[in-house]
Design a protein around this ligand. Structure first.
Ligand SMILES: [Fe+2]
Length: 342
């Protein structure tokens, strides 16, 4: 595509390429325990099994699944899947990624979705984009009388409502952020600038959600690691209830409940039994409808901005929050706090 042109074939090149975060594949060395955590503690619904994978969704997720848990030797990110804005947009984004050298080719698809174009970020976070999806159809005993809900709220654990966002660690936040904006059409909503003008955090979305993806600097200097995925829990009481249940059942809480300045979300970070970090995010995050939104910039070289943006109630974020990440398929990891460096 000619980057100076407003046309990409018959398509307006300014039209959105992506619509939403579709699903995330997490790798886990403890598949059954990880499945227990998401199904019984967070109330997700198991919708299928396929070889080494279990597929799950929250009760207000409309698609076949938003989470794929895959058995693996180490925890980590299998893949982040985005839904394109249209079938034309899928073709356009695939062409753009291929031309830019980030494309890894087409895949036939699988449970819950049709053909997907696979690609990586500049730090090789594995991703794909797809258009065709299968919608979840509840069996009779799980159908809600509320017509706008794809299933009844489960009477199990403290059920989260929907998938919200992913957070990537990066050696160079700037490079990954420029890729997300330039190749995928994300808009930069908030940004943290540290000592010497270095970009240390970026929060991006293509919808009114304040972010569907965040990128944070990896304090270990590693490239391409995964920080967390987040489910939306609803109102703050649910977060307190979830914290209570995690304490009861031995789920390690890393941080929170608390509130971030960035995104204004109330949060709690926990480690699922396989070793991946999961955030329960919700309530107070804000929405953006302004088409000329100006990026909010936090000056985190300034101690007050650093504290206020990271956490403004709920204590402090621990060291592991900045150093523990789970790798992509190729990387070994030894446990929370490990310093895996490529
Ligand atoms: Fe998050």
């Amino acid at each position: 595509m000619d980057p100076t042109s407003d046309r990409d074939g018959d398509r307006d090149a300014r039209a959105p390429l992506l619509a939403q975060l579709a699903h995330v594949e997490l790798l886990t060395p403890r598949l059954e325990e990880s499945t227990w955590f998401f199904r019984d503690v967070l109330g997700l619904e198991e919708t299928g099994r396929d070889g080494a994978s279990v597929y799950l969704r929250a009760y207000e997720d409309f698609y076949h699944h938003t989470l794929q848990l895959t058995a693996a030797e180490h925890p980590g990110l299998g893949r982040v899947a985005w839904r394109a804005a249209s079938s034309d947009a899928l073709e356009a984004v695939a062409r753009r990624l291929g031309a830019a050298g980030f494309g890894r080719g087409w895949h036939d698809g699988g449970p819950g979705h049709g053909p997907a174009y696979r690609f990586v970020t500049p730090e090789e976070h594995p991703m794909e984009v797809l258009w065709e999806v299968a919608y979840y159809e509840a069996p009779p005993e799980k159908r809600s009388l509320l017509r706008n809900r794809p299933q009844r709220r489960p009477l199990r654990g403290v059920p989260v409502r929907r998938l919200d966002h992913v957070n990537l660690l990066a050696r160079s936040v700037r490079e990954v952020r420029e890729f997300l904006v330039g190749c995928l059409g994300f808009r930069l909503r908030e940004q943290k600038i540290g000592q010497g003008g270095t970009e240390v955090g970026a929060w991006l979305s293509m919808s009114p959600l304040v972010h569907e993806v965040a990128v944070m600097r990896d304090a270990t200097g590693a490239a391409g690691r995964f920080h967390h995925l987040a489910y939306w829990y609803g109102c703050p009481q649910h977060l307190i209830d979830a914290a209570d249940v995690c304490a009861d059942y031995g789920i390690r809480i890393e941080a929170g409940p608390g509130k971030h300045g960035t995104t204004q979300g109330m949060f709690m970070y926990v480690f699922e039994p396989g070793g991946n970090r999961v955030e329960l995010f919700g309530d107070t995050g804000y929405l953006i409808f302004d088409p000329t939104w100006k990026t909010v910039v936090w000056d985190v070289a300034n101690e007050a901005d650093l504290e206020r943006s990271s956490i403004w109630f709920g204590g402090r974020l621990p060291e592991t929050f900045y150093t523990y990440g789970t790798p992509s398929r190729r990387e070994p990891v030894t446990g929370p706090g490990s310093r895996t460096v490529r």
